[in-house]
Design a protein around this ligand. Structure first.
Ligand SMILES: [Zn+2]
Length: 155
């Protein structure tokens, strides 16, 4: 996780650089103060807000910098908020449906025409699936006919 675009109160902000601790503002050199507030992270190009995220804020220019732990809080919050908003299957539900259908990650990835590492990311909470992929996952889970069709296309 190198750089994350964040903003607070709906205003656009420059990219914040994740770092281990405080120090001076990378933009203007003024001291940074530890704060908590509402920040956002784009998930599939959709700005996703998370309340009460710890971060450092410049006392002069307002630049926001995230420490590694702050970035983790923002990311986890944004992922869960995005899943909630779009009613997505949870990581464990995806794992469960794949196991029930006796599919390896590679095989499921082929059916959906995505990369196998992407399926792993969905299943391990590292990134939520797009709503369109979620719809396909539900089709595979609920409709043997769709499953057959996708299998023939992937063969
Ligand atoms: Zn500054």
């Amino acid at each position: 996780m190198a750089k994350m675009r964040v903003d607070s109160r709906g205003r656009s902000r420059p990219k914040a650089v994740a770092r281990e601790s405080g120090g001076d503002c990378p933009a203007c050199g003024a001291p940074m103060r530890a704060r908590r507030g509402r920040l956002s992270l784009p998930i599939h190009r959709e700005r996703t807000f998370v309340a009460d995220v710890p971060h450092l804020r410049c006392t002069s220019c307002g630049k926001i910098v995230l420490r590694w732990s702050d970035a983790g809080v923002l990311e986890a919050g944004a992922f869960s908020r995005y899943r909630e908003k779009h009613g997505l299957l949870s990581p464990s539900e995806i794992r469960e449906l794949r196991r029930r259908l006796r599919l390896t990650r590679a095989r499921l990835a082929r059916l959906l025409r995505v990369d196998a590492p992407l399926v792993a990311r969905w299943e391990t909470s590292r990134f939520p699936q797009q709503p369109s992929h979620d719809a396909l996952l539900r089709l595979i889970r609920d409709s043997p006919e769709s499953r057959g069709l996708l299998r023939r296309r992937a063969a």
